[in-house]
Ligand binder design. Structure first.
Ligand SMILES: O=C(O)CCC(=O)C(=O)O
Ligand SMILES: [Fe+2]
Length: 350
């Protein structure tokens, strides 16, 4: 008589609940090096040949579905913009705390302005997250596709730009508008990656929810079991571009439950899928959990750009990702409703 042995694979021992309500499990807080995040040369997104554009899209499809993270190279953005942004970040964060608090996010309900050092504890660790950030939003005035666009007449524009840093706003928007153009172009690639018409998302990106932030992470002494730079989270929008400086720190949670280092690759931009795209693609695109731990022994700066759909557009499922046997998993809400809910959660100090 034969006996059958059932092998049991141990479940990751650690768990936590994210701000979007999702529960994650992982094996250890110590991250590993692994070859899971692909590097995609996207120069052909600018090609006149549809087949060449589709070839890039198939690589994006594989990465967005398998891990939700990839590096793009040959993206067409002059590295000078990132250098200028990092210079402005150093200038802004070097100001006295009192000055930075003059543009604090607590002055508004939106997810813009200054987020003070070690104020938030996203994963309920012993110590608060060792980072500070400054966020700003989409403005038609700095959108190259909107002729003679005006600044929105709202508090977050009037209150949250530091008055004593000449050139700060203009430099940040120069970079923002470059990334906006790339993001619109990449939205076509994502449409092809979903086997949709290239212009499927055209109506969603006329005046997109395109926010950006500069971040500063001092090097931490504490172990990642006790403290993080930014706690584990998923981003809110459709996709994010992260430009990192030369100091490592960004980490990605793999499907198998390990934290993987997303080390800086000079000249590259990290692209990660975020929650709105996960919802619209019914989980076909993975909104991957990530965090930052700066053990580089030096200050780390990054500048994420968050690209979401126009606030009044509904996050409806794309037709290639739903069927009778694979019904939509998420209730349909507008992009604005979803982003406001996430910002509200993220601004809570716990
Ligand atoms: O600093 C980084 O590399 C990533 C920051 C991040 O994930 C975020 O701000 O959402
Ligand atoms: Fe993020």
């Amino acid at each position: 008589m034969s006996t059958t042995t059932v092998e049991t694979v141990p479940l990751p021992a650690l768990s936590l609940t994210l701000q979007n309500g999702q529960k994650i499990r992982y094996h250890s807080d110590i991250s590993i090096e692994a070859d899971e995040i692909p590097v995609i040369d996207i120069s052909d997104i600018y090609s006149d040949n549809l087949q060449a554009r589709k070839a890039v899209a198939e690589k994006v499809r594989e990465a967005a579905h398998r891990i939700g993270f990839f590096y793009i190279i040959n993206h067409g953005i002059d590295p000078e913009h990132a250098e200028n942004t990092f210079q402005q970040a150093k200038r802004f964060f070097a100001q006295p705390e009192k000055k930075k608090m003059e543009v604090c996010t607590d002055l508004v309900t939106e997810y813009f302005g200054y987020f003070p050092m070690a104020k938030y504890n996203r994963n309920g660790k012993k110590e608060k997250d060792l980072m500070e950030a400054y966020n700003w939003g989409y403005s038609p005035k700095y959108d190259p596709e909107v002729a003679s666009g005006k600044e929105p007449d709202v508090d977050y524009v009037k209150l949250l730009w530091p008055v004593e840093l000449p050139g700060f706003k203009e430099t940040l928007y120069e970079h923002h508008s470059q990334l906006l153009t790339l993001a619109r172009r990449l939205t076509k690639t994502f449409a092809l990656a979903l086997h949709l018409d290239e212009d499927y998302f055209a109506e969603y990106i006329k005046t997109p929810a395109a926010g950006m932030r500069i971040t500063h992470y001092p090097s931490q002494e504490a172990s990642p079991s006790d403290q993080l730079g930014i706690g584990a989270h998923t981003d809110f929008e459709c996709f994010t571009f992260v430009t990192q400086d030369e100091h490592a720190g960004l980490e990605v949670l793999s499907k198998s439950g390990y934290w993987i280092k997303a080390k800086p690759i000079p000249g590259s931009i990290v692209v990660n899928i975020a929650d709105c795209f996960m919802r619209q693609t019914n989980d076909f695109f993975v909104s991957t959990v990530h965090r930052v731990v700066n053990k580089a022994g030096a200050e780390r700066y990054s500048c994420p750009f968050f690209f979401g759909f126009q606030q009044d557009m509904k996050l409806e499922p794309v037709p290639t990702c739903v069927s009778d046997s694979n019904p939509m998993k998420y209730p349909i809400v507008s992009s604005g409703e979803y982003l406001r809910w996430r910002a509200e959660q993220a601004k809570k100090v716990v």
